[in-house]
Design a protein around this ligand. Structure first.
Ligand code: UDX
Length: 438
């Protein structure tokens, strides 16, 4: 392999990118400022739950292609291409994205860059960030203009991170020179020639990512808005969604009605996008996204209302069993998790809430020590006046309603993800309710 790569920031994105690039045959050095995280990664102990990633990490540690460090000087000496994969969380108390981790990486790395290399941003950023960082990089690097920036947004989904990285739908390269384009084409060549590559400028590359997330969030809120209308009209949004999905122009993906979107990306990214559009004088173009956000948050409130209805109008003295804590299945990520948001609200209104999740329990406990927890679905449902399915893990979809019915106080269930077989639950004597369905 002609280039040695570094990956700066080893969260979801960085850990996945580092292991996948090593898997493709590159020598990779991963860097993080969190010594504890680096110690775990060096041991092959992945700090997150991501299917298939730990095997990849271990295999490439053993082969020697993948190593980890906390030293920017070592990273600068090692790498020909530096991928920047740090987070851009929502700012406290406002919509905009906090890009300070990106600035910190550039400020720590650049002073050690004394030869030709490429720095590649992968984080989701407000449009205009790359231009600003490119200038900063050249100013701070001893090698000056020999050090170049490129923007290469990442579209991976948690739970499918390895697959999405090794088999992306497309690659977007925001570059300022032919050289940068060539280097990145070389780096991604092992992924296969058939993957579409869009080569563009910085702002377009940055915007592709914001636009993609805005579209996905809009699609989810669209079907959830239809769910609201279905509720008012006694119609069934699940069948509506199915019928829409056969229209090839619409398609069935991201059209699952339910509790809506959460996680570390979609909610904060649409807010950051609105904030940035406002700064650019284009706020009106994105006002629809505030409606997308509002529809999404209303699903959580509706879930709480449905549960309250089923337990007789008040949560006081009522026991609520919650299935799911992660923001989606196959992940232990609880950032902006609709499931935990609903759980906390019900507990605040006097409900005795017990939560179970196959992998996110540890994270949920640490973030919300006041909620009750159980080690199984049965444990969470024990003596419950109502059971809520809030994250559609396969394990919950496969629950035998008859068996779960033996431990609850009352056979009430709200299917917050439209994931269960309504007929089977009703046949087992459950009062089955779902968002958007009669
Ligand atoms: C998302 C984007 O998909 C990804 O391209 C980007 O890089 C990061 O943000 P992720 O947050 O991992 O990925 O999760 P995703 O699978 O997109 O789901 C987001 C949320 O939407 C979840 O809470 C999920 O439950 C919800 N969702 C998804 C729905 O409510 N309905 C759907 O039909 C699809």
């Amino acid at each position: 392999m002609p280039y040695r790569l570094t990956v700066l920031g080893t969260g979801y994105l960085g850990a996945t990118h580092a292991a996948c690039m090593a898997e493709l045959g590159f020598e990779v050095l991963g860097l993080d400022v969190d010594q504890a995280k680096i110690d775990r990664l060096r041991r092959g102990d992945l700090p997150i739950h991501e299917p298939g990633l730990e095997e990849l990490l271990r295999r490439n540690l053993e082969s020697g292609r993948l190593r980890f460090t906390t030293s920017f000087e070592e990273a600068a000496n090692f790498g020909d291409v530096h991928f920047v994969c740090v987070g851009t969380p929502q700012k406290k108390g406002e919509y905009g994205a906090d890009v300070s981790y990106l600035d910190a990486v550039i400020e720590s790395l650049a002073p050690h860059l004394d030869r030709q290399c490429l720095v590649v941003g992968k984080s989701t950023v407000p449009v205009g960030t790359a231009e600003r960082l490119a200038e900063k990089l050249v100013r701070l690097a001893p090698a000056g203009a020999q050090v170049e920036l490129a923007w290469n947004p990442e579209f991976l989904r948690e739970g499918f991170a390895v697959r999405d990285t090794l088999h992306p739908d497309r690659i977007v390269l925001g570059v300022a020179s032919d050289r940068a384009e060539k280097v990145l084409r070389d780096v991604y060549a092992p992924l296969g020639e058939e993957i579409p590559i869009v080569v563009t400028d910085y702002p377009t590359a940055e915007l592709v990512k914001s636009a993609a997330n805005a579209f996905l969030a809009t699609k989810i809120s669209f079907i959830n808005a239809m769910a609201e209308v279905c509720e008012a009209a006694h119609a069934d949004v699940k069948q509506l969604s199915l019928a829409l999905s056969f229209d090839e122009r619409i398609g069935g993906k991201y059209l699952n009605p339910g509790l809506g979107f959460g996680g570390g990306c979609l909610p904060k990214d649409i807010r950051a996008f609105m904030a940035r559009a406002g700064e650019l004088g284009a706020y009106q173009a994105l006002t629809f996204l505030s409606e997308v956000d509002a529809i999404n948050m209303r699903r959580r409130a509706r879930m709480v209302d449905l549960a309250r209805e089923l337990v007789g109008g008040s949560f006081e003295g009522r026991t609520v069993g919650v299935l799911g804590a992660a923001f989606k299945p196959n992940s232990d990520d609880i950032r902006d998790s609709p499931a935990l948001d609903v759980s906390v609200t019900i507990a605040q209104h006097g409900g005795k809430v017990t939560v179970y999740d196959p992998v996110a329990l540890g994270n949920a406990r640490a973030a919300h020590p006041d909620l009750g927890y159980a080690d199984s679905a049965r444990g969470a449902a024990r003596d419950a006046d109502v059971v809520l399915l809030l994250t559609e893990w396969q394990e919950f979809v496969e629950i035998d309603p008859e068996e779960l019915g033996l431990v609850v106080a009352a056979r009430n269930i709200v299917d917050g993800r439209n994931a269960l077989d309504a007929d089977a639950w009703r046949e087992a004597g459950w009062h089955y309710r779902a968002l958007g369905r009669p």
